[in-house]
Design a protein. Structure first.
Length: 134
């Protein structure tokens, strides 16, 4: 084998390895998120599986217990549906979490009917709105 053939062969192997690592990394990190309505319709089938659920925090449901580092709230449909999912998060409350704020929760639905979140991602508004001047 000539030097040029060896270099081409090694280069081809390197390209294939890098392509494989990229594809496997992207597919492992990709998790589709469900709306609250979709999740509620498939709740039994998704029990115990790691999922993402997108919705809004229903007004009056946020219960932050700082001494126990426990956050409980109910996630409702952003599309105006009737579905609701109770959520428990045993970590520090995100600063921006409040009533009617859109969030994405990542975790598993327990057999107790409560979604046990491992992450709570608060969505930022799509545009900046300045605070009212007094």
């Amino acid at each position: 084998m000539t030097l040029r053939t060896r270099l081409a062969l090694v280069g081809g192997v390197v390209v294939l390895v890098v392509a494989y690592l990229m594809v496997s990394g992207f597919s492992a990190g990709k998790v589709y998120y469900h709306t609250v309505d979709e999740f509620a319709a498939q709740q039994d089938a998704l029990e115990g599986q790691f999922v993402r659920v997108s919705g809004v925090v229903l007004p009056g449901t946020v219960d932050w217990q700082p001494t126990q580092v426990r956050l409980e709230f109910t996630l409702g449909s952003a599309e105006g549906g009737q579905a609701a999912v109770p959520v428990v998060y045993d970590r520090v409350k995100p600063d921006l979490l409040a009533d009617d704020v859109p969030v994405v929760v990542e975790g598993r639905m327990g057999a107790d009917g409560v979604f046990h979140a491992e992450r709570v991602l608060v969505k930022c508004p799509s545009k900046y709105e300045a605070a009212a001047a007094y």
